[in-house]
Design a protein around this ligand. Structure first.
Ligand code: 13P
Ligand code: SF4
Length: 401
C-alpha cells in the first residue's frame, strides 16, 4: 500500500492547456538531455507515450531500467511497483521518479508482507520439510519481491512466467531432488493460466485467501497441491468474461480473440491466443491486413493498436470500460510538473526502496533476468518467448485430457 500521498499540483499546471503543457515538457526534456530517460508502459495514454524514450511491458521496462547507465533520472510513466523495480535495478546514483504517487496497483496491494509471513509460517507447519518455492509476479511490492528473493524464489512477468515456473519446479535457487510446491503471488489468474498451459490440472491448484486460516484450505488440500495461488486479481482484466468471447464470435466468426493472462481461466480457454502485453502487440503487428481482432486487455493499448493498424479491424473484447484508472493518473500536468522540478534541481516523487528490501528484491529480480529463455533481447518489436499455450495447441501437445 502506498504510504505517501500525491500533493495537489500547483495551480498553474492545472490551468495550462494541453498544447502549452506539451511545449513545456519538450523544453524540459531538451534541457535535461541525456541526464533523463522516460519509460512508458503500454497502458499509458497516447499523450504520455509520445514523450517516452522507451515503451514496453513490465518485463521490457525492467530490462530497460537495468540498462540505464550514467543517467541521473528515470521518470517512470507506469505504476508504483514498476518504479520500485526500476529503483532496485538501476545504479544507486539514478533517481527514479513516479509523476503521480497515486498511481498504484490494486493487484499489488492484495498481498502484504505481514500476510505473506503469516502464510509462509502456516504452510511450513502443514508441509514440514517439503520444499516450497515462492514466485511473485512483477505486480507486487518490493517487500514481497524481497521475501521471495530471501526464500529461494524469483520474480516473473507475464512475458516470462512459464520459464520462471519451469525454473521453480526444478528447485528454484535452492535446488534439491524433490519437485517443490509453488507459492504464487499475487495474481491467481496468471499463475493458474500458466501452470495449466504447462500441463498441471486444476485439481492440483488451490487458492490461498490471506483472510482465512490456512488460506481457506484443509491441511490435506495443501499437502496435495502443486500450486498455491494467492487470492489476488487485476480489477481491469477481471472485467472480461467468457460470454464476451461468445458475443464477439457470434458477431463475426472470423474474429481472432487475444487476451492477457491476467484474464480469468475461463476467458483464456475460450480465446484463440493469450500472452503478455508485448505478445499481444507483436501478434497484431505481424498479422496480415484484414485480420479481425477482439482484444482482452487495457483499453489504451487496444485503442493505440487500432490507430497504428488501420489495415486491421480491432475492437476491445467487451464494451465495458476496461481502463486502468491508476495508470491513467499519469497525465501531462503531472509529467510537466515532475520534469520542470528536475530542471530546477528539485527531485519530486522519488521512489526509493530501503537497503535491506533492495538487497533481496534485487536477488529475486536478477534471478528472473538470468533465467534462460526468460525473454528475448529488448527492442521495440521484441517477441516474448513464452505465450500461454491455448486449447488447440494444448490438445496437440497432449496437455488437455
Ligand atoms: P505486463 O506489462 O507484464 O504485460 O502486465 C500488464 C499489467 O497489468 C501491468 O500492470
Ligand atoms: Fe494493476 Fe491491473 Fe492496472 Fe496492471 S492493469 S497496473 S495489474 S490494476
Amino acid at each position: 500500500m502506498l504510504s505517501v500521498w500525491q500533493q495537489p499540483l500547483p495551480e498553474i499546471y492545472v490551468r495550462l492547456s494541453e498544447p502549452e503543457l506539451r511545449v513545456r515538457i519538450d523544453l524540459a526534456k531538451q534541457e535535461l538531455g541525456s541526464r533523463l530517460t522516460i519509460l512508458g508502459h503500454h497502458y499509458q495514454q497516447d499523450d504520455i507515450i509520445a514523450f517516452a524514450d522507451f515503451v514496453g511491458d513490465s518485463f521490457e521496462l525492467s530490462r530497460r531500467a537495468a540498462e540505464q547507465k550514467g543517467v541521473e533520472y528515470v521518470v517512470f510513466c507506469g505504476v508504483h511497483f514498476m518504479a520500485e523495480s526500476a529503483d532496485i535495478l538501476t545504479e544507486p546514483s539514478v533517481r527514479v521518479i513516479l509523476p503521480d504517487l497515486g498511481a498504484g496497483c490494486s493487484m499489488a496491494d492484495m498481498a502484504s508482507l505481514d500476510q505473506t509471513l503469516d502464510a509462509w509460517e502456516q504452510l511450513k507447519t502443514v508441509c514440514g520439510d517439503e520444499p516450497i518455492v515462492p514466485i511473485t509476479y512483477m505486480n507486487s511490492s518490493a517487500a514481497i519481491k524481497a521475501f521471495v528473493g530471501e526464500h529461494g524464489g524469483a520474480v516473473c512477468t507475464s512475458s516470462n512466467c512459464r520459464n520462471v515456473l519451469e525454473w521453480a519446479l526444478s528447485g528454484g535457487a535452492v535446488g534439491g531432488k524433490k519437485t517443490p510446491k509453488i507459492l504464487f503471488f499475487p495474481d491467481q489468474h496468471l499463475g493458474r493460466n500458466t501452470a495449466y498451459s504447462m500441463g498441471t490440472s486444476l485439481d492440483k491448484m488451490i487458492v490461498w485467501d490471506p483472510k482465512q486460516d490456512l488460506g481457506g484450505n484443509t491441511p490435506e488440500q495443501i499437502q496435495a497441491a502443486q500450486y498455491i495461488l494467492w487470492k489476488g486479481h487485476c480489477s481491469v482484466h477481471a472485467l472480461f468474461r467468457p460470454e464476451h468471447v461468445d458475443q464477439q464470435r457470434a458477431r463475426d466468426p472470423q474474429v481472432k480473440v487475444i487476451v492477457h493472462p491476467e484474464c480469468k481461466w475461463e476467458v483464456v480457454q475460450k480465446a484463440d491466443l493469450a500472452g503478455s502485453t508485448a505478445y499481444i502487440v507483436d501478434q497484431v503487428r505481424k498479422a496480415p491486413a484484414g485480420t479481425k481482432w477482439a482484444i482482452g486487455t487495457e483499453v489504451h493499448l487496444v485503442n493505440r493498436l487500432k490507430h497504428q493498424h488501420p489495415e486491421q479491424e480491432i475492437v476491445v473484447l467487451s464494451d465495458c470500460q476496461c481502463l486502468c484508472t491508476t495508470m491513467y493518473r499519469i497525465d501531462l500536468p503531472h509529467l510537466c510538473w515532475a520534469l520542470e522540478n528536475l530542471v530546477q534541481g528539485n527531485v519530486v516523487n522519488e521512489i526509493r526502496v530501503d537497503e535491506r528490501t533492495r538487497k533481496w528484491s534485487l536477488v529475486a529480480l536478477e534471478r528472473m533476468l538470468s533465467i534462460k529463455g526468460s525473454g528475448s533481447p529488448i527492442s521495440k518489436s521484441s517477441t516474448p518467448s513464452n505465450p500461454i499455450i491455448l486449447p488447440a495447441d494444448a490438445e496437440k501437445a497432449g496437455i488437455i485430457d
